[in-house]
Design a protein around this ligand. Structure first.
Ligand code: UDP
Length: 444
């Protein structure tokens, strides 16, 4: 247990830890919040997670795990509120958070950890009211996202960039997923380097494991092809399975995988009976990002028969997909980290990914997978073709992938976070003295 922190208020305004990741606004951040909260609680640190209620049917408080409560704060309409509309609900949401704390004895929470800029905005008021340190995780940053937009993708609004600037200024500690993100916080947002800590996210190493030792069997087939995961997912042993996992959105570029697969089939028509492209995940956003758009693209490319679309799945089922796949492809235009890449590697499946953002940390180029500069489908097709033709090289990457993933357990994440929390609490008196006073008109 932490020496100084026994109760943490976590804020995840725009997406609930109770949501199924892989669709809508739910993804890696939800997994992060849940996994960290469960492990903090197991070490004796109670966690309350504040989120916005998105349904009238939700009870105000749900126990997620012993020591972890999800508090569904009513602010604004329940369903169908676009993320872009959420800044208008900040006031109502923040009052809900403050009201909850006011129902306890003073000093109930020792620290606030906020996730994504909207939560950071709510956290600024709570920090000042409660006199506790604010630890903030950006997860994604507007300035970084705007610099690498996919074709046709909307720019993040100036309002978000400004909001992020404020959160950076107000936070006692900023948690970056990678050293690169830490540098971006300093260079793009002017963060004080002394307040930025790099803490890698993790993977549930007890769930994401290869199903059999990665030793080539006498069948001559790669071991993952003969295991039960393929049987459970009704995938033939001789199939060459390329996997995409995540929300269907231009940022994740699943279209690059479809184009690459079409090229592979054009160059090697014999592969047509064996190639399976599995896309696991649901729509995020609206309009052309929906899976129907991808289905149309698969039909236009003449590969519809090879593509399997699967709805968002719980991680237990995802683990089977990773184990059954030959390669997981992550062609994203940007990733703050890329949990999918680590989960796949933990299951012994190499990753072919775009050399962007956190993926450069999540994948060890040439050892646990292959990093590709840019998004040209021809480059992806070349690498995938090469791996398909060289089972020994594939097996070497598979073993390297399992090794690499061992560096990313959630327990290590929580060790580091607790050190960050302790540091923030110890520095608090000085931080409070340094904080700008709340103007009188704001408190009147
Ligand atoms: N995920 C899931 N079911 C799905 C698709 C995704 O549980 O059908 C989870 C996946 O296991 C991973 C997270 O969603 O932990 C996606 O995180 P990542 O960092 O790859 O992307 P993000 O959503 O943060 O952009």
């Amino acid at each position: 247990m932490s020496r100084r922190v026994s109760r943490v208020a976590t804020i995840s305004l725009h997406t609930s830890p109770l949501d199924q990741p892989g669709t809508g606004d739910a993804g890696g951040m939800n997994v992060y919040v849940v996994e960290v909260a469960r492990r903090l609680a197991a070490r004796g640190v109670e966690v309350d997670i504040f989120t916005r209620a998105t349904s009238r049917a939700l009870p105000p408080v749900v126990e997620l795990a012993p020591g972890v409560l999800v508090r569904n704060v009513v602010a604004g309409p329940f369903e169908e509120l676009d993320k872009g509309e959420l800044p208008r609900q900040l006031c109502g949401f923040t009052s809900g958070v403050l009201r909850t704390e006011a129902s306890y004895d003073p000093g109930h929470y020792d620290l606030l950890h906020t996730h994504y800029w909207l939560s950071g905005q709510a956290g600024q008021a709570a920090k000042q009211r409660w006199g506790v340190p604010l630890v903030h995780s950006m997860h994604t940053m507007a300035k970084v996202k705007n610099a690498a937009l996919a074709a046709g993708e909307r720019r993040e609004p100036a309002e978000r960039e400004l909001g992020e600037d404020q959160v950076v200024r107000m936070s006692d500690r900023l948690v970056a997923n990678t050293a690169k993100e830490a540098r971006e916080l300093v260079e793009l947002y002017g963060a004080d380097p002394a307040r930025v800590a790099t803490v890698s996210p993790g993977v549930d190493l007890s769930l994401f494991q290869p199903e059999s030792p990665l030793i080539a069997r006498s069948t001559g087939l790669l071991p993952h092809r003969t295991g039960p995961a393929r049987r459970r997912l009704r995938l033939p042993r001789d199939a060459y399975v390329l996997l995409f996992v995540g929300r269907i959105q231009p940022l994740k570029a699943p279209d690059v995988l479809l184009h690459a697969a079409a090229r592979m089939l054009r160059d090697d028509p014999a592969l047509r009976d064996r190639l399976v492209v599995a896309i696991v995940g649901g729509p995020s956003g609206s309009g052309r990002e929906r899976p129907e758009g991808l289905q149309r693209l698969a039909a236009e490319l003449g590969i519809a028969g090879c593509v399997r679309f699967e709805p968002p799945a719980p991680q237990r089922v995802l683990a089977d997909w990773y184990r059954a796949a030959d390669v997981t492809v992550v062609p994203s235009h940007n990733e703050s980290f890329g949990l999918v890449a680590i989960e796949s590697q933990a299951c012994g499946t190499p990753v072919v990914a775009a050399a962007v953002g956190g993926l450069c940390t999540a994948v060890r180029d040439g050892e646990s997978g292959v990093l590709i500069p840019g998004h040209d489908p021809a480059d992806y097709a070349n690498v995938l073709r090469r791996l398909h033709a060289a089972p020994a090289a594939h097996l070497k990457l598979a073993r390297g992938a399992v090794r690499h993933a061992q560096d990313f357990g959630w327990d290590a994440t929580v060790d580091r976070l607790l050190a960050v929390y302790d540091g923030a609490v110890s520095a608090l008196p000085a931080a409070l003295r340094a904080a700008p006073p709340i103007p009188a008109e704001a408190t009147a």
